[in-house]
Design a protein around this ligand. Sequence first.
Ligand code: KIV
Length: 278
Amino acid sequence: MSEDKKGYLASGNQKKVTTHRLLEMKQQGEKISMLTAYDYSMASVIDQAGVDVILVGDSASNVMVGNTTTLPMTVDQMIYHGKSVMNAVKRAMVVVDMPFGSYQGNPYEAVTNAVKMMKETQADCLKLEGGKEVLESIRAILNAGIPVMGHLGLMPQSINKYGTYAVRAKEEEEAGKLMEDARLLQEVGCCAVVLEKIPAALAAKVSSELNIPMIGIGAGPYVDGQVLVMHDMLGLNKGFSPRFLRRYANLFDEVTSAVQQYITDVKSSEFPSVEESY
Ligand code: KIV
């Protein structure tokens, strides 16, 4: 990160967020804020607002493209979104999702795709879904010097295996596997783990037993940070209302009324005015 990419936040908290900083935040009990972004403009806003981590999630498949799952995303599409976000971000740590099929095959393929994604996006970290099953891929990526964030609990890339987006790890056996997977991810060297849609008590246990940060989405308050999909928390998506989602704005209605006012002004020749003309 060049010097001119630092030091522009009004809040005074200017320092680039790194994997080391995430660990420090956990040790100091400071919660980590994380949001998704997929494009330059939105990434610029949320970086300047001071979010700690920006996730270029493969949820781009749902919110940007309109697919029903994350599975169709490709390495090149994730690179396109990753580059767009990196062009804007100066302070936040940028994590890019490795898409379905790019790391599950074997460690060689995984590291080849990971290196390509890092070279072409210049992101700070990659995120992969899964524990023991993909551990060798994660190890190979880490051995190449690339930081990795894990993702356990509900893993949207495996939706066809689960058949439902219901809460995961409610039963003892699955909860035990999740705890074991989290330990493996820590041991292999992951910098943090996303815990998606699991009981709050289990998320609390994992967070307290492990040293690396656990970042929750639908995992209750007793974790080291929270992540939400930007479009959902801004209220751009009316049809998606899981219990864990808090809407901080109602942009669907605000954008609708702005667009309707624009249409009215164009049709009535209210826009443009003399002052808005050359
Ligand atoms: O793709 C994504 O946006 C994610 C979050 C839901 C954590 O993985």
